[in-house]
Write a protein that binds this ligand. Structure first.
Ligand code: ADP
Ligand code: MG
Length: 692
């Protein structure tokens, strides 16, 4: 359970004074619903009131704090605002008030007295003036005005004043926490305590203190990274501790499958298979990531691992993120296992009633050796007779928790996680820590790179004409419709409109597939395209992941500028799978921003997924890389992976060392580290500590 000392921080923001339900809603959408979320909402700019010129020296447009003498008041009338004439030895200044109450202003700025004022100077027909000064103070109250104010990112309806006050309230609730950093390390970095770092990050005195590299912000970023790495290390350790099984089949099934393959395994595939086989034979539990670009041939590697489990008398499960992919894997595998005595089943959300019951029975009895499926495999009533290996494809759509749930369906289940998304090293570390990793670099032989071109959408006519020529010569064409603010409804409208217009031109050879379709409809559309009469498949991004139609050689992507690089790469990976030369046309809406142009150029210049992923990270920053929502990668509040990348390996080593020296986090520092985990909401990891 969360330690008491943090209770105040995890209370809802409504417990702060002045925060009612309306404000709370705005704050929630901006930062989060809890007080702790406000602590992480750091200022992006400052208002600096330390410039104190005389009136004569006060430059136009600049924020000035000045000591002035009040000369006279001039009432407003009709549309003319209320004016207060002021001066010092160097010149005159007019304070302008719209909709002002006279008695209030007379009290605020009594004639004949000196006041401190702060506001932005405007030049107006040769006069200097300030409209609605931010501050008007008696000289003795000058100290109540903050010399520098933080400026926070805002949202419509929430003023800086309101948010600033609320954040100050939140900061006042921050407890003093025991230090979790190693003292020599903290000293070497000259990092302040957590409390000081927090308070100072919210009270920048100069612009350079807003930089992520400044010591206070670095410290907070490190705290977050350390919590992340420590949590991962705890989860991994708990997994490793779980007894594994020594799985080493006799190779008979694999030999037969090898003979069935229409190609030779590449050296990279052989290496990956060997690494997996070694892991499986070891007594510990396997948790290995198989990373390989789109089309690099991961499926075969997974199949050999699964056959190894089956040879040893166990079962294997392969889980895919979508129905389409699950079906496709099922077919590929059934094909590769033709005439081999392995029974393969499928279980997706679509399988219900009697079929489902039968599949479940077979799994429980052990008469199914291998099952391919979707999330449906997680369901409670799915039980295996003897699950030995869980393979999870395209894992970035599943959470850590889900991966573990599948593994929990057996005893000592080995897990192989496959990803086609080339995750940059940095991000890999944040989501997996030091997970064992096999990489399939390069592609199977005989592949030609996809010829990628960019074209503005006012030349759509030419694009359609070239599609016409392509289908005439027997090509199959994907036509991907734009993603509009991730709204499925709008996506759908776009796809349907494009479908209708292409149909006018090409008639029945056009098919449509989108995320709203029911399973069988999707299958039918897919089948029409892969083996049937449809030569053009209009699609929303449902085809993004893993679909394999070797005859497809043309990929059109509309509004390519709206897609992430990694996503474009995934999409392009759908073509270039067969022997024929493939083309990818990136259709964009002009004018492009500089970044968008750089990204599309990147797509033209390389087809190396890892290079693209690194570049995407650089151009867009970590949070956005895969479209965070679908990525399942952790989004950091304080750490900025481009600025703090060097802190990540340090945090990783730190976490390792911590657990070596104090495995149960029982020392004083260990206690503080537990608090750190709770502070960053890694409660799940702490639970592993207790049970492990
Ligand atoms: P991934 O899942 O990594 O994107 P797949 O496993 O779907 O890639 O493989 C892509 C294509 O390459 C498939 O059509 C597959 O049959 C083919 N393939 C796999 N391995 C080889 C190989 N060693 N030589 C030739 N083709 C291969
Ligand atoms: Mg795949």
């Amino acid at each position: 359970m969360r330690p008491q000392i943090l209770f105040s921080l995890f209370a809802p923001v409504t417990t702060l004074t002045g925060v009612g339900p309306r404000i709370a809603k705005l704050i929630e959408s901006l930062a989060g619903a809890k007080i702790v979320d406000l602590l992480w909402h750091l200022p992006r700019e400052i208002v600096d009131r330390r410039f104190n010129p005389s009136i004569g020296d006060a430059p136009n447009g600049r924020l000035c704090t000045m000591t002035i003498f009040v000369d006279s008041h001039e009432k407003g009338y009709a549309k003319r605002p209320y004016r207060v004439r002021c001066s010092d030895e160097s010149g005159f200044l007019t304070l302008v008030f719209f909709h002002a109450k006279e008695d209030y202003l007379l009290r605020l700025l009594p004639v004949g007295e000196t006041r401190i004022i702060s506001g932005i100077i405007e030049g107006f027909s040769g006069e200097k003036q300030i409209t609605h000064p931010d501050y008007v103070l008696k000289p003795e109250d000058a100290g109540t005005m903050p010399a520098v104010e933080p400026v926070y990112p805002l949202t419509a309806g929430l003023t800086l004043k309101m948010l600033g006050k609320t954040i100050r309230g939140a900061l006042a609730k921050a407890p003093v926490l025991d230090e979790w950093l190693d003292p020599p390390f903290q000293k070497q970095r000259s990092w302040p305590s957590w409390n000081d770092a927090l308070v100072q990050s919210h009270a920048p005195q100069n612009l350079d203190e807003l930089e992520p590299e400044m010591i206070c912000r670095s410290r907070l970023a490190y705290d977050e990274l350390l919590a992340n790495q420590l949590a991962l290390a705890l989860i991994r350790r708990a997994l490793r501790k779980l007894p594994g099984r020594e799985i080493a089949g006799d190779g008979q099934l694999r030999k037969a499958a090898l003979a069935n393959l229409p190609f030779e395994l590449t050296a990279a595939q052989e290496t990956a298979i060997a690494e997996i086989t070694t892991d499986m034979a070891a007594s510990g539990r396997m948790l290995r990531l198989l990373q390989g670009d789109v089309g690099s041939g991961k499926t075969v590697v997974a199949l050999f691992a699964m056959l190894n489990a089956i040879e040893s008398g166990g079962q294997a499960a392969l889980m895919a993120p979508t129905e389409i992919l699950a079906r496709q894997h099922f077919e590929t595998i059934t094909d590769l296992l033709k005439d081999i005595n392995v029974s393969v089943g499928i279980l997706t959300g679509r399988d219900r009633g009697a079929t489902r019951t039968e599949t479940l029975e077979k799994l429980a009895r052990g008469s199914l050796n291998l099952v391919v499926g979707t999330h449906a495999l997680f369901q409670k009533d799915v039980a295996f007779q003897n699950l030995m290996l869980a393979v999870i494809d395209e894992q970035h759509r599943f959470g850590v928790h889900q991966r573990l749930t599948l593994a929990a369906k057996g005893r000592g289940v080995d897990t192989l996680v496959m990803t086609a998304t080339p995750i940059p090293r940095t991000l890999l570390l944040t989501s997996y820590g030091d997970l064992d990793c096999s990489r399939l670099l390069g592609k199977p032989p005989g592949r030609e790179p996809v010829d990628t071109r960019t074209i503005p959408n006012d030349r759509l006519g030419e694009v359609i004409a070239s599609v016409g020529r392509a289908v005439q010569s027997g090509a199959k064409v994907y036509w991907v419709c734009p993603l509009v603010e991730e709204s499925e409804t709008v996506d759908l409208a776009n796809a349907e409109a494009r479908f209708a217009s292409l149909k006018e031109q090409f008639g029945d050879m056009v098919a449509l597939i989108h995320g709203r379709m029911k399973g069988p409809e999707k299958d039918a559309a897919m089948a029409q395209f892969s083996d049937g009469p449809a030569n053009i498949l209009v699609a929303t991004t449902v085809i993004e992941v893993g679909v394999d139609v070797p005859a497809a050689t043309v990929m059109i992507i509309e509004h390519a500028e709206r897609f992430g690089l990694a996503q474009l790469h995934q999409l392009r990976g759908r073509v270039g799978r067969g022997e024929r030369r493939s083309t990818c046309l990136l259709v964009y809406a002009a004018p492009l921003t500089a970044t968008a142009r750089a990204r599309l150029k990147m797509m033209r210049d390389t087809d190396d997924g890892f290079v693209i992923a690194e570049e995407d990270l650089r151009l867009r920053g970590g949070g956005e890389i895969l479209g965070t929502r679908q990525s399942g990668l952790p989004a950091f509040r304080l750490a900025d992976l481009s600025a703090h990348a060097d802190l990540l390996p340090v945090a990783q080593d730190d976490a390792k060392l911590i657990l070596e020296m104090d495995p149960e986090l029982k020392s004083k520092r260990g206690e503080a580290l537990r608090t750190l985990l709770y502070l960053f909401e890694r409660d799940e990891a702490v639970a592993y500590l207790r049970s492990g």
